[in-house]
Design a binder for this molecule. Structure first.
Ligand code: PEP
Ligand code: MN
Length: 364
Protein backbone atom coordinates (compact mmCIF):
# COMPACT_ATOMS: atom_id res chain seq x y z
CA UNK A 1 0.00 0.00 0.00
CA UNK A 2 1.11 3.47 -0.87
CA UNK A 3 1.80 5.89 1.96
CA UNK A 4 -0.84 8.59 2.33
CA UNK A 5 0.13 12.19 2.04
CA UNK A 6 -0.77 14.11 5.17
CA UNK A 7 -2.06 17.18 3.38
CA UNK A 8 -4.55 15.32 1.21
CA UNK A 9 -5.70 13.42 4.32
CA UNK A 10 -6.33 16.68 6.08
CA UNK A 11 -8.30 18.01 3.12
CA UNK A 12 -10.36 14.84 3.14
CA UNK A 13 -11.28 15.31 6.81
CA UNK A 14 -12.09 18.97 6.33
CA UNK A 15 -14.19 18.42 3.22
CA UNK A 16 -16.24 15.87 5.15
CA UNK A 17 -16.30 18.21 8.10
CA UNK A 18 -17.80 20.98 6.00
CA UNK A 19 -20.18 18.86 3.94
CA UNK A 20 -23.76 18.27 4.95
CA UNK A 21 -23.42 14.48 4.79
CA UNK A 22 -23.11 13.09 8.32
CA UNK A 23 -19.56 12.35 9.42
CA UNK A 24 -19.24 8.76 10.63
CA UNK A 25 -16.53 7.98 13.17
CA UNK A 26 -16.01 4.44 14.41
CA UNK A 27 -13.46 2.15 15.96
CA UNK A 28 -12.82 0.49 19.29
CA UNK A 29 -13.34 2.13 22.65
CA UNK A 30 -9.66 1.26 23.31
CA UNK A 31 -6.74 0.23 21.18
CA UNK A 32 -5.80 -3.16 22.67
CA UNK A 33 -3.35 -4.85 20.30
CA UNK A 34 -1.88 -3.97 16.92
CA UNK A 35 -3.84 -6.80 15.27
CA UNK A 36 -7.12 -5.65 16.82
CA UNK A 37 -6.63 -2.05 15.65
CA UNK A 38 -5.68 -3.05 12.13
CA UNK A 39 -8.37 -5.67 11.68
CA UNK A 40 -11.03 -3.26 12.99
CA UNK A 41 -9.82 -0.57 10.61
CA UNK A 42 -9.81 -2.96 7.65
CA UNK A 43 -13.30 -4.25 8.36
CA UNK A 44 -14.59 -0.69 8.87
CA UNK A 45 -12.96 0.50 5.65
CA UNK A 46 -14.54 -2.42 3.80
CA UNK A 47 -18.03 -1.17 4.71
CA UNK A 48 -17.33 2.05 2.82
CA UNK A 49 -19.44 3.92 5.37
CA UNK A 50 -16.84 5.22 7.82
CA UNK A 51 -14.91 8.48 7.50
CA UNK A 52 -12.68 8.46 10.54
CA UNK A 53 -11.14 5.70 12.68
CA UNK A 54 -11.31 6.24 16.43
CA UNK A 55 -9.53 4.46 19.31
CA UNK A 56 -8.82 5.39 22.90
CA UNK A 57 -5.08 5.28 23.62
CA UNK A 58 -5.22 6.82 27.09
CA UNK A 59 -8.43 5.92 28.91
CA UNK A 60 -9.53 8.11 31.80
CA UNK A 61 -11.62 5.62 33.77
CA UNK A 62 -13.99 6.65 36.50
CA UNK A 63 -12.47 4.13 38.93
CA UNK A 64 -8.98 2.62 39.02
CA UNK A 65 -8.40 -1.04 38.35
CA UNK A 66 -9.94 -1.32 34.91
CA UNK A 67 -7.96 -1.07 31.67
CA UNK A 68 -6.53 2.45 31.44
CA UNK A 69 -5.34 2.33 27.88
CA UNK A 70 -2.31 0.96 26.08
CA UNK A 71 -0.60 4.38 26.03
CA UNK A 72 1.78 5.88 23.50
CA UNK A 73 2.82 2.48 22.15
CA UNK A 74 -0.63 2.26 20.50
CA UNK A 75 -0.06 5.35 18.36
CA UNK A 76 2.11 3.59 15.72
CA UNK A 77 -0.70 1.00 15.40
CA UNK A 78 -3.10 3.83 14.49
CA UNK A 79 -0.54 5.18 12.05
CA UNK A 80 -0.24 1.76 10.48
CA UNK A 81 -4.03 1.30 10.27
CA UNK A 82 -4.26 4.67 8.54
CA UNK A 83 -1.56 3.71 6.06
CA UNK A 84 -3.20 0.39 5.20
CA UNK A 85 -6.81 1.59 4.93
CA UNK A 86 -6.56 5.27 4.05
CA UNK A 87 -8.88 6.13 6.94
CA UNK A 88 -7.87 9.27 8.85
CA UNK A 89 -7.57 8.66 12.60
CA UNK A 90 -8.70 10.32 15.81
CA UNK A 91 -7.74 9.76 19.46
CA UNK A 92 -8.71 11.25 22.81
CA UNK A 93 -6.26 13.61 24.49
CA UNK A 94 -6.40 14.72 28.11
CA UNK A 95 -2.99 16.36 28.69
CA UNK A 96 -0.55 18.54 26.78
CA UNK A 97 1.92 15.63 26.56
CA UNK A 98 -0.73 13.42 24.96
CA UNK A 99 -1.42 16.16 22.38
CA UNK A 100 2.29 16.23 21.49
CA UNK A 101 2.51 12.45 21.22
CA UNK A 102 -0.65 12.18 19.11
CA UNK A 103 0.53 14.89 16.72
CA UNK A 104 3.97 13.31 16.51
CA UNK A 105 2.33 10.13 15.19
CA UNK A 106 0.24 12.00 12.62
CA UNK A 107 -3.19 11.75 14.28
CA UNK A 108 -5.60 13.71 12.02
CA UNK A 109 -8.26 14.79 14.52
CA UNK A 110 -8.09 15.05 18.33
CA UNK A 111 -10.96 14.78 20.75
CA UNK A 112 -11.34 15.94 24.33
CA UNK A 113 -13.27 13.50 26.55
CA UNK A 114 -16.11 14.21 28.95
CA UNK A 115 -13.92 13.70 32.02
CA UNK A 116 -11.51 16.32 30.70
CA UNK A 117 -14.06 18.94 29.62
CA UNK A 118 -15.18 19.20 33.26
CA UNK A 119 -11.74 20.38 34.32
CA UNK A 120 -10.62 23.84 33.13
CA UNK A 121 -6.99 23.15 34.20
CA UNK A 122 -6.83 20.04 32.00
CA UNK A 123 -8.56 21.77 29.09
CA UNK A 124 -6.11 24.67 29.37
CA UNK A 125 -3.16 22.25 29.41
CA UNK A 126 -4.47 20.64 26.20
CA UNK A 127 -5.18 24.07 24.66
CA UNK A 128 -1.65 25.32 25.44
CA UNK A 129 -0.17 22.32 23.61
CA UNK A 130 -2.40 23.12 20.61
CA UNK A 131 -1.06 26.64 20.17
CA UNK A 132 0.30 27.10 16.66
CA UNK A 133 -1.03 23.73 15.51
CA UNK A 134 -3.59 23.30 12.76
CA UNK A 135 -5.60 20.21 13.70
CA UNK A 136 -9.37 19.73 14.03
CA UNK A 137 -10.53 19.20 17.63
CA UNK A 138 -13.79 17.65 18.79
CA UNK A 139 -14.96 18.55 22.29
CA UNK A 140 -17.26 16.22 24.21
CA UNK A 141 -19.82 17.61 26.62
CA UNK A 142 -18.74 17.52 30.28
CA UNK A 143 -20.08 14.59 32.34
CA UNK A 144 -22.38 16.95 34.28
CA UNK A 145 -25.16 18.92 32.58
CA UNK A 146 -23.36 22.27 32.57
CA UNK A 147 -23.31 24.13 29.26
CA UNK A 148 -20.97 26.80 30.62
CA UNK A 149 -18.19 24.23 31.15
CA UNK A 150 -18.69 22.93 27.63
CA UNK A 151 -18.61 26.47 26.20
CA UNK A 152 -15.59 27.28 28.37
CA UNK A 153 -13.69 24.37 26.83
CA UNK A 154 -14.62 25.55 23.33
CA UNK A 155 -13.38 29.05 24.20
CA UNK A 156 -10.06 27.79 25.58
CA UNK A 157 -9.38 25.70 22.47
CA UNK A 158 -10.51 28.53 20.16
CA UNK A 159 -8.24 30.99 21.98
CA UNK A 160 -5.31 28.66 21.29
CA UNK A 161 -5.95 29.36 17.60
CA UNK A 162 -7.76 26.15 16.61
CA UNK A 163 -10.11 26.93 13.71
CA UNK A 164 -11.89 23.62 13.26
CA UNK A 165 -13.71 22.86 16.47
CA UNK A 166 -16.58 20.39 16.59
CA UNK A 167 -18.82 19.24 19.44
CA UNK A 168 -19.66 15.72 20.57
CA UNK A 169 -22.88 15.12 22.50
CA UNK A 170 -22.28 11.99 24.66
CA UNK A 171 -24.96 12.46 27.32
CA UNK A 172 -24.72 13.41 31.00
CA UNK A 173 -24.28 11.22 34.05
CA UNK A 174 -27.17 10.92 36.47
CA UNK A 175 -27.42 9.27 39.86
CA UNK A 176 -29.13 5.89 39.96
CA UNK A 177 -30.06 3.46 37.25
CA UNK A 178 -31.74 4.77 34.16
CA UNK A 179 -32.44 3.38 30.74
CA UNK A 180 -29.24 5.10 29.57
CA UNK A 181 -25.65 5.00 30.76
CA UNK A 182 -25.61 8.77 30.26
CA UNK A 183 -28.90 10.65 29.98
CA UNK A 184 -29.06 12.32 26.56
CA UNK A 185 -30.79 15.49 27.80
CA UNK A 186 -31.41 16.41 24.17
CA UNK A 187 -32.53 19.91 25.12
CA UNK A 188 -28.97 20.73 26.25
CA UNK A 189 -27.51 19.55 22.95
CA UNK A 190 -30.11 21.64 21.11
CA UNK A 191 -29.27 24.70 23.20
CA UNK A 192 -25.52 24.18 22.64
CA UNK A 193 -26.14 23.98 18.87
CA UNK A 194 -28.19 27.16 19.03
CA UNK A 195 -25.41 28.98 20.86
CA UNK A 196 -22.71 27.77 18.45
CA UNK A 197 -24.15 28.18 14.97
CA UNK A 198 -21.82 26.91 12.32
CA UNK A 199 -20.06 24.45 14.63
CA UNK A 200 -20.66 20.79 13.80
CA UNK A 201 -22.21 18.56 16.46
CA UNK A 202 -21.69 14.82 16.44
CA UNK A 203 -23.73 12.44 18.53
CA UNK A 204 -22.17 9.57 20.51
CA UNK A 205 -24.88 6.91 20.88
CA UNK A 206 -22.38 4.42 22.38
CA UNK A 207 -21.69 6.39 25.56
CA UNK A 208 -25.30 7.59 25.84
CA UNK A 209 -26.69 4.05 25.64
CA UNK A 210 -24.02 1.93 27.31
CA UNK A 211 -25.67 -1.07 25.59
CA UNK A 212 -26.16 -2.29 22.06
CA UNK A 213 -29.90 -2.77 21.78
CA UNK A 214 -30.90 0.90 21.82
CA UNK A 215 -28.00 2.34 19.79
CA UNK A 216 -30.01 2.61 16.61
CA UNK A 217 -32.92 4.47 18.24
CA UNK A 218 -30.58 7.05 19.72
CA UNK A 219 -28.65 7.41 16.45
CA UNK A 220 -31.92 7.97 14.58
CA UNK A 221 -33.06 10.56 17.07
CA UNK A 222 -29.74 12.39 16.68
CA UNK A 223 -30.15 12.47 12.91
CA UNK A 224 -33.75 13.66 13.30
CA UNK A 225 -32.38 16.52 15.42
CA UNK A 226 -30.04 17.53 12.58
CA UNK A 227 -26.78 16.36 14.15
CA UNK A 228 -23.84 16.40 11.75
CA UNK A 229 -22.51 12.95 12.44
CA UNK A 230 -22.22 9.90 14.67
CA UNK A 231 -19.35 8.41 16.66
CA UNK A 232 -20.08 4.76 17.40
CA UNK A 233 -17.71 2.27 19.01
CA UNK A 234 -16.94 -0.92 17.11
CA UNK A 235 -14.83 -3.94 17.91
CA UNK A 236 -13.89 -7.17 16.11
CA UNK A 237 -15.01 -9.15 19.18
CA UNK A 238 -17.30 -6.84 21.17
CA UNK A 239 -18.05 -9.21 24.06
CA UNK A 240 -14.35 -9.56 24.82
CA UNK A 241 -13.43 -5.87 24.50
CA UNK A 242 -11.12 -4.61 27.25
CA UNK A 243 -13.38 -1.61 27.89
CA UNK A 244 -17.04 -0.76 27.23
CA UNK A 245 -17.79 -4.31 26.01
CA UNK A 246 -21.56 -4.00 26.41
CA UNK A 247 -21.92 -1.08 24.02
CA UNK A 248 -19.60 -2.09 21.19
CA UNK A 249 -20.72 -3.68 17.92
CA UNK A 250 -18.89 -5.35 15.05
CA UNK A 251 -18.00 -3.29 11.97
CA UNK A 252 -20.51 -5.35 9.98
CA UNK A 253 -23.31 -4.66 12.45
CA UNK A 254 -22.42 -0.97 12.29
CA UNK A 255 -22.77 -1.01 8.51
CA UNK A 256 -26.15 -2.72 8.83
CA UNK A 257 -27.30 -0.17 11.39
CA UNK A 258 -26.16 2.79 9.29
CA UNK A 259 -28.06 1.24 6.39
CA UNK A 260 -31.26 1.15 8.45
CA UNK A 261 -31.11 4.77 9.59
CA UNK A 262 -33.32 7.24 7.75
CA UNK A 263 -31.01 10.11 6.84
CA UNK A 264 -32.71 13.48 6.92
CA UNK A 265 -31.52 16.93 6.02
CA UNK A 266 -32.37 20.26 7.56
CA UNK A 267 -33.69 21.76 4.35
CA UNK A 268 -35.29 20.65 1.11
CA UNK A 269 -34.96 22.36 -2.27
CA UNK A 270 -38.68 21.79 -3.03
CA UNK A 271 -40.84 24.92 -3.26
CA UNK A 272 -44.00 22.94 -2.43
CA UNK A 273 -42.40 21.66 0.78
CA UNK A 274 -41.45 25.22 1.78
CA UNK A 275 -44.97 26.56 1.21
CA UNK A 276 -46.58 23.72 3.18
CA UNK A 277 -44.08 24.09 6.02
CA UNK A 278 -44.56 27.86 6.14
CA UNK A 279 -48.34 27.46 6.45
CA UNK A 280 -48.02 25.02 9.32
CA UNK A 281 -45.47 27.26 11.03
CA UNK A 282 -47.86 30.19 10.83
CA UNK A 283 -50.50 28.09 12.55
CA UNK A 284 -47.97 27.28 15.28
CA UNK A 285 -47.10 30.97 15.68
CA UNK A 286 -50.78 31.80 15.92
CA UNK A 287 -51.37 29.18 18.62
CA UNK A 288 -48.25 30.27 20.51
CA UNK A 289 -49.57 33.87 20.50
CA UNK A 290 -52.89 32.66 21.91
CA UNK A 291 -51.19 30.59 24.57
CA UNK A 292 -49.18 33.65 25.68
CA UNK A 293 -52.32 35.79 25.85
CA UNK A 294 -54.05 33.15 27.95
CA UNK A 295 -51.05 32.77 30.25
CA UNK A 296 -51.01 36.55 30.73
CA UNK A 297 -54.69 36.43 31.70
CA UNK A 298 -54.05 33.54 34.04
CA UNK A 299 -51.41 35.56 35.89
CA UNK A 300 -53.78 38.53 36.23
CA UNK A 301 -56.31 36.25 37.95
CA UNK A 302 -53.56 34.83 40.16
CA UNK A 303 -52.74 38.40 41.20
CA UNK A 304 -56.38 39.00 42.15
CA UNK A 305 -56.31 35.86 44.27
CA UNK A 306 -53.11 37.23 45.79
CA UNK A 307 -54.97 40.33 46.93
CA UNK A 308 -57.68 38.26 48.62
CA UNK A 309 -55.05 36.10 50.30
CA UNK A 310 -53.21 39.19 51.47
CA UNK A 311 -56.35 40.75 52.95
CA UNK A 312 -57.18 37.52 54.76
CA UNK A 313 -53.61 36.59 55.80
CA UNK A 314 -53.59 33.32 53.92
CA UNK A 315 -50.45 31.52 52.64
CA UNK A 316 -49.62 31.64 48.95
CA UNK A 317 -49.09 27.91 48.61
CA UNK A 318 -52.00 25.65 49.35
CA UNK A 319 -50.90 22.09 48.77
CA UNK A 320 -54.40 20.65 48.41
CA UNK A 321 -55.29 23.11 45.70
CA UNK A 322 -52.00 22.38 43.89
CA UNK A 323 -52.73 18.63 43.97
CA UNK A 324 -56.21 19.30 42.62
CA UNK A 325 -54.78 21.34 39.70
CA UNK A 326 -52.32 18.58 38.82
CA UNK A 327 -54.93 15.80 39.04
CA UNK A 328 -57.24 17.70 36.71
CA UNK A 329 -54.39 18.38 34.29
CA UNK A 330 -53.20 14.74 34.20
CA UNK A 331 -56.71 13.55 33.38
CA UNK A 332 -57.24 16.09 30.66
CA UNK A 333 -53.71 15.79 29.32
CA UNK A 334 -54.15 12.06 28.93
CA UNK A 335 -57.17 12.60 26.68
CA UNK A 336 -55.24 15.16 24.62
CA UNK A 337 -52.18 12.98 24.15
CA UNK A 338 -49.94 15.06 26.44
CA UNK A 339 -47.46 13.07 28.50
CA UNK A 340 -47.49 13.15 32.30
CA UNK A 341 -43.86 14.29 32.18
CA UNK A 342 -44.77 17.30 30.04
CA UNK A 343 -47.83 18.19 32.14
CA UNK A 344 -45.72 18.09 35.29
CA UNK A 345 -43.00 20.34 33.85
CA UNK A 346 -45.50 22.72 32.28
CA UNK A 347 -47.66 23.12 35.40
CA UNK A 348 -44.59 23.42 37.62
CA UNK A 349 -43.48 26.38 35.52
CA UNK A 350 -46.95 27.98 35.38
CA UNK A 351 -47.48 27.44 39.11
CA UNK A 352 -44.09 28.97 39.98
CA UNK A 353 -44.85 31.99 37.82
CA UNK A 354 -48.24 32.41 39.61
CA UNK A 355 -46.51 32.17 42.98
CA UNK A 356 -44.03 34.86 41.93
CA UNK A 357 -46.86 37.14 40.80
CA UNK A 358 -48.73 36.61 44.07
CA UNK A 359 -45.56 37.12 46.06
CA UNK A 360 -45.10 40.55 44.48
CA UNK A 361 -48.65 41.55 45.41
CA UNK A 362 -48.58 40.14 48.93
CA UNK A 363 -45.18 41.51 49.89
CA UNK A 364 -45.52 44.82 48.09
C1 PEP B 1 -14.69 7.29 24.78
O1 PEP B 1 -15.06 7.89 23.78
O2 PEP B 1 -14.23 6.13 24.77
C2 PEP B 1 -14.86 7.93 26.09
C3 PEP B 1 -14.08 7.67 27.12
O3 PEP B 1 -15.90 8.75 26.10
P1 PEP B 1 -16.40 9.82 27.18
O4 PEP B 1 -15.31 10.82 27.34
O5 PEP B 1 -17.60 10.36 26.47
O6 PEP B 1 -16.76 9.09 28.42
MN1 MN C 1 -15.74 3.96 25.44
Amino acid sequence: MQAIDTNSMKELVLSKWNSKRPLIISGPCSAETEEQVIETAQRLAKTGKVDLLRAGIWKPRTRPGSFEGIGTKGLPWMQQARKITGLPVTVEVATGKQVEDALHFGVDVLWIGARTTVNPFSVQDVADALRGVDVPVLIKNPINPDLELWIGAVERVAKAGIKNIGLIHRGFSAYGNTEYRNAPMWHLAIEMKRRNPGMIMINDPSHICGRRDILQDVAQKAIDLDMDGLIIESHIDPDNAWSDAKQQITPERLAEMLGDITWRKEDSGSEEFHVALEKLRQQINHLDDELMQILGQRMKIAEKIGEYKKNNDITILQTNRWNEILERAFKQGDKLGLSKEFITKYFDAVHMESINHQNKIMNA
